[in-house]
Design a protein around this ligand. Structure first.
Ligand code: PLP
Length: 370
C-alpha cells in the first residue's frame, strides 16, 4: 500500500455556515500536551470553561456544560432528556433545523404539534399564543438563528407567552451564541444548546448546553430513564458537577480549544463582539446590494451571522460556489432543502467576521458574476 504524505491542507477563507475560521490561538491551545480527564489541571479547566460558558450564554445556570459532540449532539441531548413518551411538545418549524428538531422530538415519542411558517419568515408571539391555546404543551421548541434561511427569531415576548401557558422554552442557539445576543436569563430561556464551530470560533466537536432551574426540576421529576446512556444529563451532571466522577472520557483537546475560544470572547467583550458582527454584516449587505444581489430575509429580522442571498435568474449557484473555492480559496455554501440551488449562504462568524474577508468575497463575487 502507498505511504501517504503528511497532511497539508490548503488554508481556506471559511465564509459558509460553519465551521467558521478558527483563531490561531485556539489552534495553538489544541496542540498542548494531553492531561487525563480527571487530572486536577483538567478539573480546573472544566471549572473555567463552565464559568466562561455562563458568561457567553449570559446566565447563572449551574447546569451549563459542553456536551461531547457537534451541535446535533446538543440537540439530541436536550430532546432525549426533556421529552418523555406522550409528552405534548410544540415544535416551531421555519427551516431545515426546525425540521431536524421535529424529527428528534418525534423519535423520543412526543405527542408533537408542528407549527410551520414559510422558510425565510419568523414566528409572531400571537402565533405561539394561538397554538398553545388550541393545544397546551410541556415544551415549545424554537430555532433562534435558522441557518438554512438566515432569520433571527425574537424570543422575549414568546418566552413570556410560553411560561404563562405553563410550558418550557427550548431554543437552538447554534448560529447565534457568540455572534448575536442570546441572553438566556434576561430572555428567560429554559433549555438551550449551541456548538463550538460558529460564533465561538473553535473546531466542531462540542455542544455547549445550559439548563435553567425549571428544566432541572423537570429533569429530576422524569418518570422514565433518559433513553440515551451517553447523553443522560442526570449522569453527566455528576462529571461536570461538584463530584467530577467519571462518565465518559472528555475530548480533552477540544476542551482546550473551547477554553481559548471563550477567552477570546471575554477579551473582546460580548457587547463589542455583537457590534462587530452586526457592523460587518451591514457591510456585506450593502456590498451585495451594490452588486445587484438581493438578501432573502427582510432587514428587520435578518441574521448578522448568516446571510442568505438569492441566486439571480440564469446563474448556476453551484458553479459560482465552486469557482469561489477553486479560484479564490473562499468557502460559501449553497441552499439546504427547498432552498437548494436558489440561495447562497454566507457566514460571518467569530474570527471570520472581518472587513477584509468581506471585501475579498465581494471582489471575487463581482468578478465571477461578470
Ligand atoms: N442547528 C442549527 C441551527 C445549525 O445551523 C446546525 C448546523 O449547522 C445544527 C443545529 C447542527 O449542528 P452540527 O452540524 O454541528 O451537528
Amino acid at each position: 500500500m502507498e505511504y501517504f504524505k503528511e497532511l497539508n491542507t490548503t488554508p481556506r477563507i471559511l465564509l459558509g455556515p460553519g465551521p467558521s475560521m478558527v483563531h490561531p490561538r485556539v489552534l495553538r491551545a489544541m496542540a498542548h500536551p494531553l492531561v487525563g480527564h480527571l487530572d486536577p489541571q483538567f478539573v480546573n479547566l472544566m471549572n473555567e470553561v463552565q464559568e466562561m460558558l455562563r458568561y457567553v450564554f449570559e446566565t447563572t445556570n449551574k447546569l451549563t456544560l459542553p456536551i461531547s459532540g457537534t451541535g446535533s449532539a446538543g440537540m439530541d441531548a436536550v430532546c432525549c432528556n426533556f421529552v418523555e413518551p406522550g409528552d405534548p411538545v410544540l415544535v416551531c418549524t421555519n427551516g431545515y433545523f426546525g425540521e431536524r428538531l421535529f424529527e428528534m422530538v418525534s423519535r423520543y415519542g412526543a405527542d408533537v404539534t408542528r407549527l410551520d411558517r414559510p422558510w425565510g419568515s419568523i414566528f409572531s408571539p400571537a402565533d405561539i399564543k394561538t397554538a398553545l391555546e388550541e393545544k397546551p404543551a410541556k415544551i415549545v421548541t424554537m430555532v433562534m438563528a435558522e441557518t438554512s434561511t438566515g432569520t433571527l427569531q425574537p424570543l422575549e415576548e414568546i418566552a413570556k407567552i410560553v411560561h404563562s401557558h405553563g410550558a418550557l422554552l427550548l431554543v437552538d442557539c447554534v448560529t447565534s451564541l457568540g455572534g448575536v445576543p442570546v441572553r438566556i436569563d434576561d430572555t428567560d430561556i429554559d433549555i438551550a444548546y449551541s456548538c463550538t464551530q460558529k460564533g465561538l470560533g473553535c473546531p466542531p466537536g462540542l455542544a455547549p448546553v445550559t439548563i435553567g432551574p425549571r428544566a432541572v426540576e423537570m429533569l429530576h421529576r422524569r418518570k422514565s430513564k433518559v433513553p440515551s446512556w451517553y447523553f443522560d444529563l442526570t449522569e453527566i451532571e455528576h462529571y461536570w458537577g461538584s463530584e467530577r466522577s467519571y462518565h465518559h472520557t472528555a475530548p480533552i483537546s477540544m476542551c482546550y480549544a473551547l477554553r481559548e475560544g471563550l477567552r477570546l470572547v471575554m477579551e473582546e467583550g460580548l457587547e463589542a463582539r455583537y457590534k462587530r458582527h452586526r457592523e460587518n454584516a451591514e457591510l456585506l449587505w450593502s456590498g451585495l446590494q451594490e452588486l445587484g444581489l438581493e438578501a432573502v430575509v427582510p432587514y428587520e429580522y435578518r441574521l448578522p451571522t448568516l446571510t442568505t442571498i438569492k441566486v439571480p435568474d440564469g446563474v448556476n449557484a453551484a458553479e459560482v460556489s465552486s469557482r469561489l473555492l477553486s479560484e479564490y480559496n473562499i468557502e460559501v455554501a449553497g441552499g439546504l432543502g427547498i432552498f437548494k440551488g436558489k440561495v447562497w449562504r454566507v457566514g460571518l462568524m467569530s474570527y471570520g467576521s472581518s472587513k477584509e474577508n468581506i471585501v475579498l468575497l465581494l471582489g471575487a463575487l463581482s468578478r465571477i458574476l461578470k
